[in-house]
Design a protein around this ligand. Structure first.
Ligand code: MSP
Length: 523
């Protein structure tokens, strides 16, 4: 990635017809980890997330519960806000599509596209899937005539609708994808999109109010509401204060997005519809669209009917976790980029116990304890002698982690960090500082501890995006500034003098209790 000063990252905005589950959480964690990593590299990183609150599903669900749709949205949007707080998702802004400023900007965007001829009115008969909030064509359906994602028969809808001239932008989008092979990440998904572009049709972007009323009114035609993708996709710019007439400073500063993180199921909407809307508005496209895979539970697709929908808070409760770091780490490393991942209680427990408790946490704890036991917590001048091999490995790891993040390979980067921790553990085992102490080789013993502690500062920086609380606890005991930018790590953090006293040492991560597994399933 080129050297730059700002980084703007977005997530998909979640539908609020239910509570957040681990699939939604996966995306927000992935995005937050990338965001936090780039915050360690640029001066100004900005992350947007939020909720998508209009549409027939919300209208119907709130009706069936006999609540006003806005009240229903308020109640459920709060569940997402609460869940992201629990997971320490450090977003800069949370947008709700029912916010007045968003609605106004969407109306203006629609109006502009209508006036310039990119939107036109036509009568239409089509198959509408409420799950997708989109019209499907016959060839999108499975052999039973059902939507392949939602397994439901789409509704036949006949209406006057406004249409967006998607076809006008087809060639430009194809060229853009071909000329920018890293536009769609991972690149194996680009072909899928190019195939979809082959059979492109204009898309309906409004619905008759008589059928759907929970949406944003078309300014010039009160009988129609703007339907949902123009409303939803525009959030990425309306949140920054985009308006068709005067742009805000914030918009000028952050747009275009450096990366837009979404699930593979909505790649078409982002790579094709969103690109076309931006082209019509004469705005630059995002640099990358990152389409992540889906999370299954015990290798099974999550679904309400199977009763296997797992929420992030239920996992935290079941394992009595007071910080989300383990879950963040596990989810962020659940799958190579773009591939599907899986959550299982046992795997979760085993992996985080092995990596975070046994390898990383114990290493710091043991090293600091030895420093206190043998040297009363003091680093002596004579200890400070860098072991080149280790320092080189740490420098190499920083570069490798940065390189992986340049390609949004979050899971791959985490493996490199654990590899560095393993190298340190092996170094401690091989050098056996406890034996050196017994033999009263004090400088040699102190030197081993010094080397480990200096490199642990690097580890705390690198693990920070995944495990911010653990990293802060590590840094606190190492007297290291966790806000150090990656390029400013100078390997001179452990200095001579008293580093720590016995009372100040605490474990940064406790093993997840084995008896607590299997309580995460909530219906
Ligand atoms: N509201 C639209 C997105 C509009 S973006 C302008 C939407 N909402 S959603 O609630 O259905 O999904 C939100 C995000 O969560 C999507 O990126 C989707 O891919 C992701 N996930 C939903 N279930 C998931 C899993 N089981 N696993 C991983 N991500 C999944 O689509």
């Amino acid at each position: 990635m080129e050297k730059q000063d700002k980084f703007y990252i977005t997530t998909a905005i979640d539908y609020v017809n239910g509570a957040p589950h681990i699939g939604h959480a996966y995306e927000k964690i992935l995005t937050d980890v990338i965001f936090r990593h780039f915050s360690q590299r640029v001066n100004d990183a900005y992350m947007l997330t939020g909720t998508d609150e209009h549409g027939i599903k919300i209208q119907k669900t709130s009706q069936s519960l006999n609540i006003e749709p806005k009240d229903f949205c308020d109640m459920n949007a709060q569940k997402f806000i609460d869940a992201w707080k629990l997971l320490d998702i450090n977003y800069s802004q949370f947008i709700r599509t029912t916010q007045e400023n968003h609605k106004k900007s969407v109306q203006n965007i629609f109006d502009k596209l209508l006036k310039q001829g990119d939107i036109y009115k036509n009568s239409y008969e089509g198959l509408y899937c409420a799950g997708c909030e989109a019209f499907l064509s016959e060839k999108d359906l499975d052999e039973n005539g059902f939507c392949p994602i939602h397994k439901k028969k789409p509704e036949v809808v006949k209406e006057e609708n406004y249409f967006f001239k998607l076809t006008k932008y087809k060639d430009r989008i194809i060229n853009h994808i071909k000329q920018n092979p890293d536009f769609i990440v991972p690149d194996f998904r680009a072909n899928e999109v190019l195939n979809q572009l082959e059979n492109l049709e204009d898309i309906s972007v409004s619905r008759a109010k008589s059928n759907v009323n929970w949406g944003i009114d078309v300014l010039s035609d009160p009988e129609q509401v703007i339907y949902v993708w123009i409303d939803a996709l525009s959030n990425y710019i309306t949140a920054l204060g985009y308006d068709t007439k005067n742009n805000s400073e914030k918009f000028d500063k952050y747009w275009s997005a450096d990366v837009q993180v979404i699930g593979k199921d909505i790649l078409k909407f982002h790579s094709i519809y969103w690109s076309a809307i931006l082209m019509a508005l004469d705005l630059p496209l995002p640099k990358h669209i990152l389409a992540h895979g889906w999370i299954t539970i015990d290798e099974t697709k999550m679904s309400k009917s199977l009763g296997n929908v797992v929420s992030p808070s239920s996992i935290m409760e079941a394992f009595k976790m007071d910080i989300p770091d383990a879950l963040r780490y596990y989810m962020a490393s659940a799958a190579p980029i773009g591939k599907d991942g899986n959550y299982s209680d046992n795997d979760f427990k085993e992996k985080v116990n092995a990596h975070l408790a046994n390898s990383m946490g114990n290493l710091l704890n043991r090293t600091l304890s030895m420093l206190c036991k043998y040297f009363d917590g003091e680093i002596k001048d004579s200890f400070i002698n860098a072991k080149a091999e280790l320092f080189d490995k740490a420098k190499q790891t920083i570069d490798e982690v940065k390189h992986h993040f340049d390609y949004f390979e979050v899971a791959e980067a985490s493996l490199k960090i654990i590899e560095l921790v393993d190298v340190l553990n092996k170094y401690v085992t091989d050098s056996a500082p406890w034996t050196l102490a017994k033999e009263e080789k004090w400088d040699e013993c102190g030197n081993v501890l010094y080397n480990v502690l200096e490199i642990m500062c690097v580890v705390s920086s690198l693990i920070y995006p995944y495990c911010p609380n653990i990293a802060k606890s590590m840094a606190k005991q190492l007297k290291y500034d966790i806000n150090t930018k990656l390029d400013d790590i100078n390997f001179k953090n452990i200095r001579s003098g008293k580093l720590i006293s016995k009372e100040e040492i605490f474990p940064v991560f406790l093993r997840l209790d084995s008896e607590l597994a299997d309580k995460t399933k909530k219906n």
